[in-house]
Design a protein around this ligand. Structure first.
Ligand code: DX5
Ligand code: ZN
Length: 224
């Protein structure tokens, strides 16, 4: 039974490099490079200095990157009041928008609004947030993103207790929808998160910190 589930999941593993660990002075080239190396999505981390203790970039930069990116752009909003900004990010070219349940008062309404605007909508849970929080959202989301580090910085260490949460959320979502994990993902823990039920792996440092983006992406997708 477990083997059957694992095979189904492995057949649709997606790798989403996070540009947070790339060379920001050459963002467009860095996106093209991972696309050529086999990336499935491009993960864009939006931080506001309020929800996270760090600031990255906003809709104008996303709109420029759209011109360099033929892959789905996966926009991870780590910002307070995400509902105030979703239209801007969708206009900028986002294909997928995820926002934190901890930052939103009416997540059900916001998921429906994002979807009505023609974009995929996902909910994000911080490491300390229980999956119970999304019991009544799980049926309507397009995907769930589980943080496997606390949001704010690249290069942090994977929190192994999140493996049990991945299993719990996979059981809530069924087999067809995407379950994304973000933070500290590398070739050593990729088999563990995949086995637990994740099928979209965000990877910043382990891809952009590697000499070969191709080998890094391959080793995440099909760990030896
Ligand atoms: C953390 C971000 C992640 C981060 C992942 O707040 O949401 O997407 O860039 O970076 P690594 O893979 O280096 O942990
Ligand atoms: Zn992220």
């Amino acid at each position: 039974m477990m083997k059957h589930r694992k095979e189904m999941t492995l057949s649709k593993i997606k790798i989403a490099p996070s540009v947070l660990a790339s060379d920001f002075s050459r963002l467009g080239e860095e996106i093209s490079a991972v696309a050529e190396a086999g990336a499935d999505w491009i993960h864009l981390d939006i931080m506001d200095g309020h929800f996270t203790p760090n600031i990255t970039f906003g809709p104008p930069v996303v709109a420029k990157l759209r011109q360099h990116c033929s892959l789905p752009m996966d926009v991870h909003l780590m910002i307070t009041d995400p509902g105030d900004y979703v239209e801007d990010f969708i206009k900028a070219g986002a294909d997928i928008i995820t926002f934190h349940i901890e930052a939103c008062i009416h997540p059900h309404r916001l998921i429906r609004r994002i979807q009505d605007l023609g974009c995929q909508a996902g909910i994000v849970l911080n490491p300390g947030t229980s999956p119970d929080e999304i019991e009544f959202l799980a049926d309507i989301v397009d995907l769930v993103l589980l943080m496997t580090v606390n949001p704010g910085f690249g290069g942090q260490k994977f929190i192994p207790e999140m493996l049990r949460k991945i299993q719990m959320v996979r059981a809530m979502l069924g087999e067809e929808r995407d379950l994304e994990v973000d933070g500290g993902i590398d070739a050593s823990n990729a088999p563990l998160v995949i086995e637990a039920g994740a099928n979209v792996l965000v990877a910043g440092s382990s891809v952009y910190g590697s000499d070969s983006y191709l080998e890094a992406i391959q080793s995440l997708r099909a760990p030896s």
